[in-house]
Write a protein that binds this ligand. Structure first.
Ligand code: ADP
Ligand code: MG
Length: 292
């Protein structure tokens, strides 16, 4: 089966920022996390996928359909949760539902009712009176009520308390029990991804640094720690985001095996968290910029 989402060579420039060579692909049945520091281009990438912004180059396919040529069909297949409220503030939850439902050919009233209860959404309250968490839950409820195959969310967990965050992640986990579905969500809270993501794509300064299975990432990357005597020129050359102190050194390797061979028996290489991988890579990127 074709991937649920395929992005190739995406490009978009603003006055002070260029998003370029954005390519990644998400197979059905999996969750992909899009990570990267603030301003790295996550929301822009998502807006381009959603056709909310015009791309300058590249190709995007959802369920095998070109999102430009088949815009309407693709919109039916995507459940979208935006990072800001895009509903009418003055309407109640039920009133708003009546407006959005007709846009979807496969609107499922039963699914809507199910999620409203599950999330305990106060349906008679105006959108503007909902808490941030409830606004997100309402957006998610709509996204899950029209048999979308691909769920796309921009920073859905930002500003949510831990209970709501884990509730959201639980729903996503359940969703992809259906192997035809897929989820793409951006976040800078990497612990969300430790829990549910199967694939990670990382963007930094408008480019994809990597897009791989989370397990592969954590197997190939390693956090290297050692004393000064172990920091030979070969080791130094290969470490990313290296920091030296009186204690010794710390850095990231993206080739654990090679590094272990270089360091020998005494070398300590730990399994990095996603957060550490992100921090070291961004740091390494900046160090390289400063050096050049
Ligand atoms: P992220 O979601 O990763 O925080 P964004 O995609 O929102 O990053 O933004 C990436 C960069 O593009 C930022 O420097 C931002 O200021 C810039 N940018 C985003 N949208 C616009 C726009 N409509 N006009 C000009 N610059 C923009
Ligand atoms: Mg953003």
């Amino acid at each position: 089966m074709e991937p649920i989402l395929e992005v190739k060579g995406l490009r978009k420039s603003f006055k002070d920022f260029t998003l370029q060579d954005i390519s990644f692909s998400l197979p059905r049945g999996f969750i992909m996390g899009l990570i990267g520091p603030n301003g790295s281009g996550k929301s822009t990438t998502i807006k381009l996928i959603m056709n909310l912004m015009r791309k300058e180059a590249g190709e995007i396919r959802v369920c095998g359909l070109d999102t430009h040529r088949h815009e309407l069909a693709v919109k039916q297949k995507i459940g979208f949760v935006y990072d800001e409220n895009h509903f009418y503030d003055e309407l109640t939850v039920l009133e708003m539902k009546k407006i959005v439902a007709p846009f979807y050919r496969e609107w499922d009233e039963e699914a809507f009712t199910y999620y409203v209860h599950r999330f305990q959404l106060p349906v008679r309250k105006k959108i503007k009176e909902l808490s941030k968490g409830n606004k997100m839950k309402f957006a998610l409820t709509v996204a899950l009520s029209h048999h979308a195959e691909l769920i796309i969310m921009d920073e859905p967990t930002a500003g949510l308390d831990p209970v709501m965050r884990s509730e959201l992640l639980e729903v996503l986990g359940e969703l992809i029990q259906d192997e035809r579905k897929g989820v793409l969500f951006s976040t800078h809270i990497t612990t969300d991804l430790d829990k549910v993501a199967d694939y990670i794509a990382m963007i930094n300064e408008g480019r994809v640094l990597f897009s791989v299975a989370k397990d592969t990432l954590q197997e190939t990357c390693g956090l290297v720690k050692g004393g000064k005597s172990q920091l030979t020129p070969e080791v130094k050359d290969r470490l990313i985001g290296l920091r030296e102190g009186s204690f010794g050194f710390e850095g990231l390797t993206t080739n654990r095996k090679q590094m272990q061979d270089l360091l020998g028996e005494q070398g300590i290489i730990e399994r990095p968290t996603l957060e550490e991988i992100m921090v070291y890579l961004v740091r390494g990127y900046r160090d390289a910029d400063v050096g050049s």
